[in-house]
Design a protein around this ligand. Structure first.
Ligand SMILES: Cc1cc2nc3c(=O)[nH]c(=O)nc-3n(C[C@H](O)[C@H](O)[C@H](O)COP(=O)(O)OP(=O)(O)OC[C@H]3O[C@@H](n4cnc5c(N)ncnc54)[C@H](O)[C@@H]3O)c2cc1C
Length: 550
């Protein structure tokens, strides 16, 4: 099995960027840029998407991976926002029945908390109603029920709890972002990672964007009728450089998560109110648990996990769970750290506590300049962002020849049934036991959609394609080869952290020593395997090793 190197797909995109005049150039390949590109390309616009690092490598890979209606905004009485987010969540659950899953939130209530337990339980019923009763209904939890169902929860300070539903991304946020980039590429978008936009100017009623391919150093010049700034926490700086004035701007708040070995066997999210009064989660992620998050105002988007952040998370979890021994920094397998771009109007936060700033998005358009900025937002709201961007682009005069095209969602049920039928006939799930991520066939369908049928074909041709390449993870040889050909993997970290979540569930020391890493690099990078592997082995890593970073 050979893996043609990722640059094939990328160099084709770069060639198209180079000769390009576009309807729309989108800056930034996080969730907001990815959905904008997927929606516009799917509806027939000529689109370019530039991402200066890897797709989904900034805020969009550091979230809690929750698709949720924002239950906490009930406290600030933002019922309209909660309703909107619940409907957005429901729409994602309907459109992605495999990749977005309902999950139960098992919430502990501390005696003397600022709101009583029955009041909060009533809140969960209101939340359920605002979400059109789409999920399973909430239920109250007595201490006895909690002791039986989640014995790890420390009950001493509790008077019980309640359970309600929201949703989550079992394969993580960055893979979800990639699915939109993939959809954009499939609909003719010229998208490339490691291409930095250096500046855009308005010339003769068009935008001229100067960019640089950060791999080769080659300059690029793109012309477009419209420009969309989807640079997340960097959007204000990019607007300032491009002389775009806006009413909105961002307020930045840092949040971290720690990944540790699985703490509880149940597939639920455990939710607590942390010492700062915020909701605090224990989220299943493969065979690991993701704990967080924090909320700290910061001045700049470039942030890292501090000792104080780690202590906050570990202290809070040690107080709230009865573990065989308290968790320490030595238990941390991987970390996540990002900055929430929270949108505020021209007047700023208006004296509001930053924790109370709601996480809605705003799309601000300058008609005269043919410019759109996407402020704030959540992964949960991504389909609305895509639709709203289409609306603005159309209003600014760019025709969308296929206005009814559905640009998102998993393939139709008939294709899914055919995939599972073929997988069963091949005995695919008979070879390996189901892991924490489900059976092999479930995992392949969830992660690859229609392309999973091609993977079955590869396995029929060569049974070795169904074997794991790495000793430390279940990812199959055919999946690695597919990533090399179709997933624009430029650096090994793109594959380990974002196309898969391997780097979040396997300690970097174990990955470095994994005997399969060499073959994985050959499948991903062909002739450049050694260069890329060495670059990763000797490059900066995502902190642990152990917690001192590189
Ligand atoms: C701790 C935390 C927890 C969260 N939890 C959730 C959650 O559970 N559920 C949820 O729905 N939301 C959650 N969010 C919010 C969500 O993650 C963000 O709102 C969303 O990811 C923002 O996406 P974005 O595309 O705007 O920004 P980003 O993902 O940051 O993307 C912007 C991109 O622009 C690129 N860029 C910048 N400058 C340039 C340039 N000059 N040229 C080219 N590219 C450029 C950057 O490299 C970056 O990739 C969370 C956020 C945080 C921080």
């Amino acid at each position: 099995m050979s893996g043609a190197a990722g640059p094939t797909l990328r160099s084709a995109s770069l060639a198209r960027l180079g000769d390009g005049t576009f309807d729309v150039v989108v800056l930034g390949g996080g969730i907001n840029g990815a959905v904008s590109a997927a929606a516009l390309a799917g509806r027939g616009a000529k689109v370019a998407l530039l991402e200066r690092a890897d797709f989904g490598s900034a805020t969009s890979q550091e979230s809690s991976c929750l698709v949720w209606g924002g239950i906490k905004y009930l406290e600030s009485m933002e019922f309209g926002l909660v309703r909107k987010l619940c409907l957005a969540r429901n729409q994602l659950l309907r459109a992605y029945p495999s990749a977005v899953r309902e999950i139960r939130f098992y919430t502990a209530h501390t005696r003397g908390f600022r709101h009583g337990r029955w009041k909060l339980l009533a809140g969960t019923w209101l939340y359920w109603l605002l979400g059109s009763c789409f999920t399973r209904p909430p239920r109250p939890l007595s201490r006895a029920t909690m002791a039986r169902e989640e014995p790890a929860v420390a009950l001493e300070a509790l008077d019980g709890g309640f359970e309600y539903s929201d949703a989550w991304l079992p394969d993580g946020d960055a893979r979800f972002v990639w699915s939109f980039v993939r959809a954009a590429l499939d609909h003719g978008c010229a998208a490339a990672n490691y291409v930095e936009a250096e500046g855009s100017v308005r010339e003769g009623g068009e935008w001229v964007t100067t960019a640089r391919d950060l791999v080769s150093g080659a300059p690029l010049r793109l012309r477009s009728r419209l420009l969309i700034n989807a640079c997340g926490p960097w959007a204000d700086g990019v607007n300032a450089r491009n002389a775009i004035k806006t009413e909105h701007r961002h307020f930045l708040s840092k949040g971290i998560h720690l990944l540790v070995d699985r703490l509880t066997p149940g597939g639920r999210v455990l939710a607590f109110f942390a010492d700062d009064g915020r909701l605090f989660f224990v989220i299943p992620l493969g065979d690991k648990t993701c704990i967080g998050t924090t909320d700290t105002p910061v001045d700049r988007p470039e942030v890292g996990v501090t000792g104080e952040d780690r202590r906050f998370v570990l202290d809070n979890i040690n107080k709230r769970l009865k573990l065989p021994r308290p968790l320490t920094e030595a238990d941390v397998v991987a970390e996540r750290c990002g900055v929430r771009p929270l949108v505020v109007g021209a007047a700023g936060a208006g004296g509001r506590d930053w924790m109370q700033l709601s996480r809605k998005h705003a799309i601000e358009t300058s008609d005269a300049d043919g410019h759109v900025t996407i402020f704030g937002g959540k992964l949960t709201d991504c389909l609305n962002v895509g639709e709203e961007v289409c609306g603005e682009v159309k209003r600014l005069g760019v025709g969308l020849p296929f206005p009814a095209h559905r640009w998102y969602g998993e393939p139709p049920a008939a294709l899914r049934d055919e995939f599972f039928h073929q997988a069963r006939l091949m005995g695919l799930d008979g070879t390996a036991p189901a892991g924490p991520d489900g059976t092999t066939s479930e995992r392949l369908w969830r992660r690859h959609g229609a392309e999973a049928l091609g993977l079955l074909d590869a396995i029929r041709r060569d049974r070795r394609a169904a074997e794991p390449v790495l000793r430390s993870n279940q990812v199959l040889r055919c999946e690695v080869a597919l990533a090399g050909q179709r997933e624009m993997v430029v650096e090994l970290e793109d594959f380990l952290r974002r196309r898969t979540g391997i780097a979040q569930v396997v300690r970097s020391e174990a990955l470095r020593r994994d005997p399969g890493l060499e073959e994985a690099c050959r499948l991903l990078f062909g002739g450049e395997a050694e260069v890329r592997r060495n670059a990763w082995l000797h490059g900066p890593e995502g902190t642990p090793a152990h917690l001192g970073g590189a």
